[in-house]
Design a protein around this ligand. Structure first.
Ligand SMILES: Nc1nc2c(ncn2[C@@H]2O[C@H](COP(=O)(O)OP(=O)(O)OP(=O)(O)O)[C@@H](O)[C@H]2O)c(=O)[nH]1
Length: 332
């Protein structure tokens, strides 16, 4: 009894130690991933806030810093208004207090975006991945599959990007390495590519194999390519035929480098498909992580669910979005 208890305790200690080291490694990873934004935004802030009194000139400079970090006009105004109120209410009078107040204001703005994806409500849980060309859809699918597998879920991939041959190969290679089934059409150039049919087959395979999650890739498309926007609507309809009430999640992948244009992409894909969640990729490649604030401020009443953020090309470089963790990582 005692030894059982002891061994259990040891294993709990071990797993909590593992959890702690995982958290720590993610914390340092996210700091590293967001280094550019921190160097741009955090450093400018630090120099602005060091040894300055809180006056109109400081607010003006802060406005410029937020705008250059791609926070956009709405988010910048919201943040500055909230900050002014806080300064007044709490009678803040030094830069260090202002910095803390800004962190808090930012966390308040971003926190509503943090809505984790619950994949346990359906089985198989069908996730359709969309977005414009090159934003990182296929890479995100590899990372998501890795993430869900690490949570003990079984995953099946549908190579629905039949347009770009490399996307199919990318998924197949990933599936082979990680022992995940990938449903793809045969690489027979004579055959007409039909992304909807590939995803339809994948859903049936997932049902037959009792798989937890299907990740369906789709080809990149510009929102102005009307025929391709019609095609993606059709893919969604076909998914729904394969499994009523699916897809359970329409994930729009946005590249953090696209700045304010991300808002236009969100609007257009949402109108076409009804987007239920976002992934913001390549935050490591940009000094302008402020786009996240722009997304939050665009829909203050009904903020979109930012499910995951991508901070690198590696399999581990994707995590659920956490507002506090993010804000702490962009401050010096
Ligand atoms: N630095 C960095 N690179 C990323 C990230 N996510 C994806 N990439 C890179 O972005 C490039 C495009 O990624 P893909 O996954 O092929 O993009 P896609 O959206 O599937 O592309 P299309 O199918 O052509 O629309 C690749 O070189 C990826 O390695 C990220 O979070 N950080």
């Amino acid at each position: 009894m005692f030894s059982l208890f002891k061994s259990k305790k040891n294993s709990t200690d071990k797993s909590s130690a593992e959890d702690n080291s995982k958290t720590e490694s993610w914390t340092s990873k996210i700091r590293q991933g967001l280094a550019r934004t921190r160097q741009n935004f955090g450093k400018q802030l630090s120099s602005l806030l060091s040894s300055r009194k809180i006056d109109e000139a400081l607010y003006d400079e802060l406005e410029t810093i937020l705008l250059t970090a791609d926070a956009g006009v709405n988010a910048t105004n919201l943040l500055l208004d909230a900050l002014r109120k806080k300064v007044k209410r709490d009678a803040l009078n030094n830069a260090e207090q202002l910095k803390e107040a800004l962190q808090e204001t930012l966390i308040n703005l971003l926190a509503p975006l943090a809505q984790p994806l619950d994949v346990t409500t359906k089985k198989p849980f069908i996730i359709m991945i969309t977005g414009v060309n090159g934003v990182g859809k296929t890479t995100t699918i590899g990372k998501l599959a890795h993430y869900f597998q690490s949570q003990g879920k079984s995953v099946l991939l549908a190579a629905g990007d039949t347009f770009r041959a490399a996307a199919r190969e990318q998924l197949l290679a990933w599936g082979e390495r990680n022992n995940v089934t990938v449903i793809a059409q045969e690489s027979d150039s004579q055959k007409k590519s039909d992304p909807a049919a590939v995803i339809f087959d994948a859903i049936n395979a997932a049902k037959a194999r009792d798989i937890d999650i299907v990740l369906a890739d789709t080809a990149g498309r510009l929102t102005t390519q009307m025929h391709l926007m019609e095609e993606i609507k059709k893919i969604k309809r076909v998914i729904n035929k394969a499994l009523p009430d699916a897809p359970h999640e329409v994930l729009l992948v946005l590249d953090a480098n696209t700045g304010q244009n991300a808002l236009n992409q969100l609007k257009a894909f949402d109108e076409a498909l009804g987007v239920s969640g976002l992934v913001l990729t390549k935050l490591d490649g940009t000094a302008k992580g402020g786009v996240i604030a722009a997304i939050a401020a665009q829909y203050p009443q009904n903020p979109p669910a930012l499910r995951f953020i991508g901070i690198g090309e590696g399999l581990e470089d994707l995590r659920p979005f956490d507002a506090q963790e993010f804000v702490e990582a962009i401050f010096d």
